[in-house]
Design a binder for this molecule. Structure first.
Ligand code: HSE
Length: 436
């Protein structure tokens, strides 16, 4: 490999969990290739860990430190790779690194979903890079395609499965008929789900990723608080069986789209479990895999699929960012700037046009179906399909609607819940991926 006379790029890695360990291993094992791709040697000069006493395999103990604050401002560091996770201390460390003129790579979706504005401004002020490909959907390249490949197109919609834990749980429930609680317990036991799975199962992880995707796709600042969010903890095995009868499966979707409400163009960013038809491309994404479907005006529909988590896949995305940032430093300057010029407002969920699947236990007697249908009709929500199961004292009634505003649909459900002949509305899900 041709030697370069360029000054080496010094790298600091913060955090040595699954991803950090893989990044460090790659920096050592692929040093010659990375040098050739960057045009200068890429040297691991510091690794910040919490516990210096813990064995760190092949890592040279001379590069280990427990003083991350000092590491990120050191003169021999050009690029800081933040793999600690959470808001603090990463927020302060990244800001300090950027202000000190270091480029920063992070896989931290929770941080970027809330603080990308201030961090991007700090990066711009120092004329350095802030890259975060690994923050959304692990190994899948989706941030760079949206920011660079599609920079000349208009993205209308980004919809995907961006949380592997919940996709694993829903896939298992679908396949085995097991209850949510049992599949979750097994997923925790096998290490597929965190010991505290709240952020995954309640949709917060997917909402953070939706905020990042929506910001980039629509050139506007969207934070996690702007994302409407429902998780999967209320999904029952019965819902998955019922979905199949409508030729659908259930997935936790992150949806970001441009919508028009009251004559104004807005951004809708939302996360919820939804029925999708078997023939929809996202219906075949099973297990812990992720997929993102992008719809752009000129490009049409693009689909990205792959591993959304795990040490090696996530490290792949981090290394890609690292090579880009290192190249920019070798050549001078920085990559594309954050773009928020469109500043589109956020649409409340009420404004969104959706389809509903409503499952209820009702008294099985004459006139009940008509009364239920009347509540939909009152709010101009058109019914697409009705299915009744069971007979005798009570029956299970499932109504699937055509598209109508979420406001009208949710008001209809609230009214139905109050009806004497409706014993219980057991499940309300949305139906996505159809044109009706
Ligand atoms: N917890 C995430 C998931 C992976 O289950 O997909 C990291 O974003």
């Amino acid at each position: 490999m041709a030697a370069t006379s360029r000054r080496p790029i010094g790298v600091a890695v913060l955090g040595m969990g699954n991803v950090g360990t893989e990044v460090v291993r790659n920096l050592n094992d692929k040093a010659a290739d990375l040098q050739a791709r960057v045009g200068a040697p890429v040297e691991l000069r510091g690794v910040a860990v919490r516990d210096l006493a813990r064995p760190r395999g092949a890592v040279d103990s001379a590069v280990l430190t427990d003083d991350a604050e000092a590491l990120v401002v050191r003169d021999d560091i050009d690029v800081v790779v933040e793999l600690i996770g959470g808001i603090e201390p990463p927020r302060t460390l990244i800001r300090t690194a950027l202000q000190a003129g270091k480029s920063v790579i992070t896989a931290n979706k929770a941080l970027m979903a809330v603080h990308s504005g201030e961090l991007s401004e700090a990066a711009a002020a120092s004329n350095v890079d802030l890259y975060f490909e690994a923050a959304v959907a692990g190994a899948i390249p989706v941030i760079r395609p949206l920011t660079q490949s599609l920079a000349g197109d208009s993205v209308n919609r980004v919809a995907g499965i961006v949380n592997g834990t919940t996709n694993y749980i829903l896939s298992e429930m679908d396949e085995t008929g097991a209850a949510y609680e049992d599949v979750l317990a097994e997923a925790v036991r096998l290490g597929y789900a965190e010991a505290d799975p709240t952020a995954d199962v309640e949709g917060h992880d997917a909402a953070a990723k939706a905020a990042i995707l929506a910001s980039i796709a629509f050139h506007s600042r969207v934070t996690a608080n702007d994302v409407y969010c429902e998780g999967i903890s209320a999904i029952t095995a019965d819902d998955l069986v019922a979905a199949k009868k409508f030729d659908c499966t259930v997935k936790l979707l992150s949806i970001c789209e441009r919508i028009e409400a009251d004559g104004v163009e807005k951004i809708s960013a939302r996360v919820y479990p939804a029925l999708i038809p078997f023939e929809h491309p996202l219906a075949t994404v099973n297990g812990a895999f992720n997929a993102v479907v992008v719809e752009a005006e000129d490009a049409g529909r693009l689909m990205f699929y792959g591993q959304g988590a795990g040490g090696a896949p996530t490290a792949s995305a981090v290394l890609g960012d690292l090579v880009m940032a290192a190249r920019n430093r070798v050549n001078g300057g920085r990559g594309p700037l954050e773009s928020t010029y469109a500043s589109l407002p956020i649409a409340p969920i009420d404004d969104v046009q959706t389809r509903y699947y409503v499952s209820m236990n009702v008294a099985d007697k004459a006139g009940v179906l008509e009364q239920v249908a009347a509540e939909f009709a009152k709010r101009s929500v058109s019914i697409a399909a009705v299915r009744q199961e069971g007979a005798g004292e009570s029956a299970r009634l499932i109504v699937v609607t055509h598209r109508a505003s979420d406001r009208d649909q949710s008001e209809t459900v609230a009214a139905i819940e109050k009806m004497d002949s409706v014993i219980k509305v057991s499940s309300v899900l949305r139906l996505e991926g159809t044109n009706d």
